[in-house]
Design a protein around this ligand. Structure first.
Ligand code: 6PG
Length: 472
C-alpha cells in the first residue's frame, strides 16, 4: 500500500479526534500508541473503515509515512514529550517534521525547535484548542516554529481547522515557542472568563436565590448579546440546566467546589509578571482556584467568621437580563481579553515573536474555548491600530467601559458588603479605576523607597534623578 500522508503519536481523546479529523479531510494516516492494545481498540472501533493504519513500533510507524513526514504528537507535556522526540528522531530523515500539539511550556518548545532544527528536522509547537469536540470537528490551532516548517503543514492544518467568515482558524503564529506561548495566554483568558461566569452564578444564587434553571435562562439571554455571546457562556447555560438522570438534581450542585489546573494559567501569570504586564483579572482567577482548593480550611472558618448575607441588593431582573450584573460581567470579560492581548503585545517585542494581533484574534473566533463575538471587535481594534497599547484605547471598548463601569462598581461594592467574594469582578474594577487615574499614589511609594534606601525618584516638574534628606 502507498505510504500515509500523516502520522499521529498518542491515542488519547484529543489524538483520536485529530486523526479522524485529518482522515476526514483527505489525509490517510498512521497511528502509534505506547500500548499497542489501545491502537487495536481504536482501529476496531472509531477508526474502523477509515484510511487509518496502526503501527506496532515507532520504527514501523516512521517507515509507513510518506516523505517529508508529518507527525503530530499528542502526548503529555514535559518529559513524556521529550521521550517521544528522543525515540522517534533516531528514525527521522532530513526535512521530516514533528508537531507537538500538547499544552507544552513555551520555553520547552523554544529548546526543542532549536534542537530539532539543528538536526535538519522541522519542529512545530502548536497550541490546539477546542476540547475533544473541537479536535474532531475543527479546532483553533496556534502553530509556531520556522515558517518553512509551517508551510509544509499549512494545507493539512487549514483543512482541519474550524472555519469562520474570514477563513480557517489557523495561521503561522511566529518563531520558536510562540505557538505554545499564544496558547498559554489563551488559557489564561479562559481561566479569567470561567471565574467571572462563576462569580455571576454565585451572586444570582446567593443574593437572589435563583434556581439553576432560572440562572441558565439568564446565561442563555446573555449569549444572544454582542458583549457576551461566546462558547463559555453557552456551556455555562448548558451546565446549569443539566440534571442528574436518576435523582433529577442539578449536576452543578453535586460537584465539589475545588477547581483543578494543569499549569497554563500559572504560566500565563508568571510570564505576565516577568514581562511587567498588569493582568489582575487573570491573576484573580488563578488565585480563586488556589483558594478553592483549601476546602477544609474554608469549612472551618465559615463557622468562626460566618458570612450573614444581610445585604440583599438589586442584581437586575429577568426582564432586563440582570442589567447591572450583565454590565459587570461584560467589563470583566473585556478585561480578561485586554490583559491577555497585552501580554501578547509585550511578548511579541521582548521575545521577538512579531505576533500579528489581528490574526490571533481571527483564529480565536472559531473552534477554541474562548471563541466569542467580542473577538471580532478585538480583531478590528488591532487592524485599526496594530500597536494598540490596550483595548481601553480603542473607541468601542472605551465606550463600553465608560458606560458600564458604574454598574461594575455597584455590583462589586454590594457584593463586598454582602460578604460574597468576587475576585475577578473586583480586580477588574481596580484595574479600570487605576487606568483612569492620572495620578496614582506611587509618588509616596517612591518617597518611602528613597527615605529608607536612597533609591532616588523622578519629579513631575523637572528631568533627572533626585534624592531628599528626609527629616529624622
Ligand atoms: C482548550 C483548553 C485545554 C486545556 C483545558 C485544561 O483550549 O481546549 O484550554 O487545552 O487543557 O482547558 O486547562 P486546566 O485544566 O488548566 O483548567
Amino acid at each position: 500500500m502507498s505510504k500515509a500522508h500523516f502520522g499521529l503519536v498518542g491515542l488519547g481523546v484529543m489524538g483520536e479526534n485529530l486523526v479522524l479529523n485529518a482522515e476526514r479531510n483527505g489525509f490517510s494516516s498512521v497511528v502509534f500508541n505506547r500500548t499497542f492494545s489501545k491502537t487495536e481498540e481504536f482501529l476496531r472501533g472509531r477508526g474502523a473503515g477509515k484510511r487509518i493504519l496502526g503501527a506496532k513500533t515507532i520504527e514501523e510507524f516512521v517507515l509507513m509515512l510518506e516523505r517529508p513526514r508529518r507527525i503530530l504528537m499528542m502526548v503529555k507535556a514535559g518529559s513524556a514529550t521529550d521521550a517521544v522526540i528522543e525515540n522517534i528522531s533516531k528514525y527521522l530523515e532530513e526535512g521530516d517534521l514533528l508537531i507537538d500539539g500538547g499544552n507544552s511550556q513555551f520555553q520547552d518548545t523554544e529548546r526543542r525547535v532549536k534542537q530539532l532544527e539543528s538536526q535538519s528536522f522541522g519542529y512545530i509547537g502548536m497550541g490546539v484548542s477546542g476540547g475533544s469536540k473541537g479536535a474532531l470537528e475543527g479546532p483553533s490551532m496556534m502553530p509556531g516554529g520556522t515558517e518553512a516548517s509551517y508551510k509544509a503543514i499549512e494545507s493539512l492544518l487549514t483543512k482541519m481547522a474550524a472555519q469562520v467568515e474570514d477563513g480557517p482558524c489557523v495561521t503561522y503564529v511566529g518563531p520558536g515557542g510562540s505557538g505554545h506561548f499564544v496558547k498559554t495566554v489563551h488559557n489564561g483568558i479562559e481561566y479569567g472568563i470561567e471565574q467571572i461566569l462563576s462569580e455571576a452564578y454565585d451572586l444570582m444564587k446567593r443574593i437572589k436565590g435563583m434556581s439553576c434553571n432560572e440562572m441558565s435562562e439568564i446565561f442563555s439571554a446573555w449569549n444572544e448579546t454582542e458583549e457576551l455571546s461566546s462558547y463559555l457562556v453557552e456551556i455555562t447555560e448548558l451546565c446549569l440546566r443539566t440534571k442528574e438522570k436518576d435523582t433529577n438534581l442539578d449536576v452543578v450542585e453535586t460537584i465539589l467546589d475545588k477547581a483543578g489546573q494543569k499549569g497554563t494559567g500559572l504560566w500565563t501569570v508568571v510570564s505576565a509578571l516577568e514581562l511587567g504586564v498588569s493582568i489582575p483579572t487573570i491573576y484573580a482567577s488563578l488565585n480563586a482556584r488556589v483558594m478553592s482548593s483549601l476546602k477544609d480550611q474554608r469549612l472551618k472558618i465559615e463557622s468562626t467568621i460566618p458570612v450573614e448575607i444581610d445585604h440583599i441588593f438589586d442584581l437586575g431582573n429577568k426582564s432586563d437580563n440582570m442589567k447591572p450584573l450583565f454590565d459587570a460581567v461584560s467589563l470583566a470579560t473585556i478585561a480578561s481579553y485586554a490583559q491577555g492581548m497585552d501580554i501578547l503585545m509585550e511578548a511579541s517585542d521582548v521575545y521577538g515573536y512579531s505576533l500579528h494581533m489581528p490574526s490571533i484574534a481571527q483564529i480565536w473566533k472559531g473552534g477554541c474555548i474562548i471563541r466569542s463575538k467580542l473577538l471580532r471587535r478585538i480583531q478590528e481594534a488591532y487592524v485599526k491600530e496594530p500597536k494598540l497599547k490596550n483595548l481601553i484605547f480603542d473607541e468601542w471598548f472605551n465606550a463600553q467601559i465608560a458606560s458600564k463601569i458604574k454598574n461594575l462598581a455597584y455590583i462589586v461594592s454590594s457584593a463586598t458588603k454582602a460578604g460574597v467574594p468576587v475576585p475577578c469582578l473586583s480586580s477588574t474594577l481596580d484595574y479600570f479605576n487605576s487606568y483612569r487615574t492620572g495620578r496614582l499614589p506611587q509618588n509616596l511609594v517612591q518617597a518611602m523607597r528613597d527615605c529608607f534606601g536612597s533609591h532616588t525618584y523622578e519629579r513631575l516638574d523637572k528631568e533627572g534623578s533626585f534624592h531628599t534628606e528626609w527629616l529624622k
